[in-house]
Design a protein around this ligand. Structure first.
Ligand code: GDP
Ligand code: MG
Length: 600
């Protein structure tokens, strides 16, 4: 198929506006999947994605379509909608020339609609706005059309109005893609050059790389080189996703498809890398910034005997997700574990859920930390990802000049009646207002500079809670700012529990300190002795609670009685203990760690 009959496009939208549903309809329309198949949302492959209804990894699929007597090859690249994965969105967009900007006709434009629009706009893509869910009784297409006009200043005169669910106007989508989106602009005769834009680990063939071929042709058996690492590979398989891997023997200029070339781990596949033939030096394509971990947490097995098994599980999962950074960590409270870095808290939760689901591991996650920065008096800096690296009093006085924390620019969209509550929320999170505008008569878009640390905990839940679910939110990085940071520790009967330490802004110590001792009191069982729970800054106690002793003897009630029943009870108690961590002589349940933050 000549390049002028190829279109590479994606669908971008706020979460739940219908990307995956539209993708399914397009796959059915082009007979890529059967329309009677009950296997809905074929692009959402992972189990967590099905359970949570979100798309985590972008999936690409090639479709064949006949239009005005010509055969077209249409490559659809599905993108995740959530803020944590904007990195995935931008890399998928790099392989496209255009995108469908899908907007729910009842909900109107939302924070991620805005963020995704600017990502696509910044990459120079042709953007086709599409109103979805026009079948809904609450749909207000005219109002949403005005929002799109005022927010993005795009031409909406011929806007598509569809229902991905019921199929209304679905047949108008692909003709519009063909007419409006330019074909890829490579050359068939120049030496082979391709952009690596995604990869995953397949348990049968190893690492699979997705390429957007810019110039020339790649064939099975070719020897190729990575421009980034200069490593050589032999192509053992090449093909398109239709919707599963379909070998074709070659990919040429303008096509998007996969290759298998003997890579051992996903970390060998550098997203944004350029591939070319051996001995045929080409100019590297503009690459990407590598994904930055913005949230770090300690992860530990509940049962220390599971360390090896968990190590294997983590290795397997990171084979498939190179955006997770992994370092070993040892904690006095929790033993051996790992410090993992994630793109955001959803990314972290998804990873935890995968670990639990796919490998049946019972795990403890510590309170997440953002990357803080230490600026030394000699001008050097260091980024710390663990409260244990926080400088103590002496080091601080002698060497440290300032401490800094990462900031974000947050975009929020909500009905204007929630304005007061949103401003109050951002105020308590140390936010600073940058801008607010009305996107229509009733809806406000507000921008704030906020510390990332304030955003990664429960900000999103608070935002939803205070706006009856109507506010939406997205953010981008906005550099580092000086901050008065301190480290708060938790003591159980005077013993520090390192895994419960946190770095906080000074203004929040009292509140958080008091809150934590209360919450810990709520999850720690009474023991045979008094348990004193304290939070402290260095040697200064912030707050204190005591759990008074309890005489608890589970076998007492059946003395003299049935021995086997007694054994059973003892066994049960022992198993219960396995799920506990001992801090000195105090039993600390799994819930005392990250879980107690959201389950309060
Ligand atoms: P995504 O998060 O953008 O991928 O959204 P999904 O495709 O998963 O859709 C989210 C929800 O909206 C699902 O429950 C869909 O069934 C529903 N949905 C999608 N398109 C339509 C539509 O055109 N009309 C209606 N009524 N519901 C839709
Ligand atoms: Mg989806």
């Amino acid at each position: 198929i000549p390049a002028e009959n190829i279109r590479n496009f994606s669908i971008i939208a706020h979460i739940d506006h219908g990307k995956s549903t539209l993708a399914d309809r397009l796959l059915e329309l082009t007979n890529t999947i059967s329309s009677r198949g009950s296997n809905k949302q074929v692009l959402d492959k992972l189990k967590v994605e099905r359970e949570r209804g979100i798309t985590v990894k972008a999936q690409t699929v090639s479709m064949f379509y006949k239009y005005k007597g010509k055969n077209y090859l249409l490559n659809l690249i599905d993108t995740p909608g959530h803020v944590d994965f904007s990195y995935e969105v931008s890399r998928s967009l790099a392989a496209c020339q255009g995108t469908l900007l899908l907007v729910d006709a009842a909900q109107g434009i939302q924070a991620q609609t805005v963020a995704n629009f600017y990502l696509a706009y910044g990459q120079g893509l042709e953007i086709i706005p599409v109103l979805n869910k026009i079948d809904l009784p609450g749909a207000e297409p005219d109002r949403v059309l005005k929002q799109i006009q005022s927010a993005f200043e795009v031409d909406t005169s011929s806007i598509l109005k569809i229902s991905a669910k019921t199929g209304i106007n679905i047949e108008s989508v692909l003709p519009s893609v063909i007419e409006k989106i330019p074909c890829p602009k490579g050359s068939m005769t120049k030496p082979f050059r391709a952009l690596l834009f995604d990869s995953w680990y397949d348990k049968y063939v190893g690492v699979v790389c997705m390429l957007g071929v810019v110039d020339g042709t790649i064939r099975k058996g070719d020897k190729v080189v990575s421009a980034y690492s200069d490593t050589r590979y032999e192509v053992t398989e090449v093909g398109i996703m239709h919707p599963e891997q379909l070998p074709t023997g070659y990919l040429h200029s303008g096509q998007v498809g996969y290759i298998v070339c003997g890579m051992k781990t996903a970390s060998e596949a550098h997203i944004g890398d350029t591939f070319h033939h051996i001995g045929k030096k080409v100019e590297a394509l503009p690459g990407f910034q590598p994904a930055q971990s913005m949230v770090f947490a300690g992860i530990f097995p509940v049962d220390t005997n599971d360390f090896k098994k968990m190590d294997d599980s983590i290795k397997k999962l990171t084979l498939n997700d190179a955006s997770v950074s992994v370092h070993k960590e040892t904690s006095n409270a929790l033993g051996q574990g790992w410090r993992l870095g994630f793109l955001g808290t959803l990314h972290m939760d998804v990873f935890r859920q995968r670990l639990e689901n796919e490998y049946e591991a019972n795990i403890i996650v510590t309170q997440p930390t953002v990357p803080y920065r230490i600026v030394y008096k000699d001008g050097t800096t260091k980024t710390i990802r663990n409260p244990s690296e926080f400088p103590d009093g002496d080091e601080r006085a002698a060497r440290v000049s300032r401490l800094q924390e990462p900031m974000v620019l947050a975009t929020m969209i909500f009905p204007d009646e929630y304005m007061g509550k949103m401003i109050e929320l951002c105020g308590t999170r140390r936010g600073e207002q940058r801008e607010y505008v009305y996107v229509d008569e009733k809806r406000v878009m507000m921008k704030y500079i906020l510390p990332l640390a304030e955003v990664v905990t429960d900000f999103y839940d608070e935002l939803k809670g205070r706006s009856s679910g109507y506010a939406t939110f997205d953010y981008e990085e906005a550099g580092y700012e000086d901050s008065e940071l301190v480290k708060m520790t938790v003591l159980l009967n005077s013993k520090p529990v390192d895994a419960l330490s946190v770095i906080l802004h000074r203004s929040q110590v009292d509140l958080v300190g008091r809150d934590w001792v209360k919450r810990l009191k709520g999850v720690i069982q009474r023991q045979l002795f008094d348990v004193v729970i304290q939070t402290a800054l260095g040697t200064k106690i912030v707050a204190r609670e005591t759990i008074s002793a309890l005489r608890k003897n589970v076998t007492a009630k059946c003395y003299g009685g049935d021995v086997s029943r007694k054994m059973k009870l003892l066994q049960k108690q022992k198993e219960g203990k396995k799920r506990m961590k001992m801090i000195g002589n105090v039993e600390l349940p799994q819930k005392a760690f990250y879980d107690f933050m959201d389950n309060n």
